[in-house]
Write a protein that binds this ligand. Sequence first.
Ligand SMILES: [Zn+2]
Length: 345
Amino acid sequence: MKTAITFSPSHEVHTQPGHVERPERLQAIQTLLNQDGILESLMQVKSHLATKEDVLLVHPESYYDSLVAASEAGTVWLDSDTYSTPGSLGVALEALGGLLQVTEAVVKEKASNGFAIVRPPGHHARPAEAMGFCLLANISIAARWIQKNTNLRRILIVDFDVHHGNGTQEIFYEDPDVLYISTHQSPLYPGTGALLETGAKEGNRSTINIPLPAKTGDDTLLYVFKEILKPRVAQFNPEFILVSAGYDAHWLDPIGGMNITVSGFASVLKEILDWATTYASERLVALLEGGYHAEALAHSVLTTLRLMNSRQATASDPFGPNPAQGSIHDQLKNYLVEIASIHAL
Ligand SMILES: [Zn+2]
């Protein structure tokens, strides 16, 4: 079986001059994938619009209606950095629809895994509030869609975007069936995702936040995945893995500063793909979240697709490591011991 992918054909109408969440992000990805030739070995899924019913798996109807009203009003700022234009709701529904189509291909065993290469992103969207460039809580809706349409219950959401996915955390904070794991830079927008935010009520210990400092680097990020997160994932034993794949932790990214390389993302992805093999019968779907250096983003997405298609593949990393920043792993040792003690079994 192949890796399923989808693009959003109409994404270019969701745009605002000077905004970092812009069409050039996906254009750079598509250009590189075409140049590379990898598309021939992938299963391309046509996206179609998600339905209102899909949106209501997570959002209240009043919020859906407010997005319709915003799209009819012209260009509207839903928060200080989240825009909506007349075409934006359609683009957001197309992005969500593509993600659900790829997810369906994986649950029906037509594809081994999948990647929705779409925009706008989703992990900051709250149930009733757009936020942080995000209109719809895509990955959360996909998790609820899987639970509704299959007999799979235990969903792992892994979010390695440089920002904390506050929306995803909020939606599942009291839910024991969805384990939400976020590694993110701290301090940074949106300011949530502290180490001690670990879930509540029935969902106690079903949220794992790993706030990491600027300049963290590949070695520490991979240490966190292998030494701290892996035992918790084993204990949870997920039946499906969803990945909020944001690449704004790359060292060239203009709004993140975690000093990760394309090869670093590759190492983390290999670990997550191993979890999918061990626990989830390979079932894994990734969704594009952030990533604002277009070329670094494109090579990160190409590398992700190569690994999803063949675990032996190598990274496409023309940038290499940041020449101005070495490892700070030794400086973080005491902090990593603290994190490990909080998330120990
Ligand atoms: Zn981000």
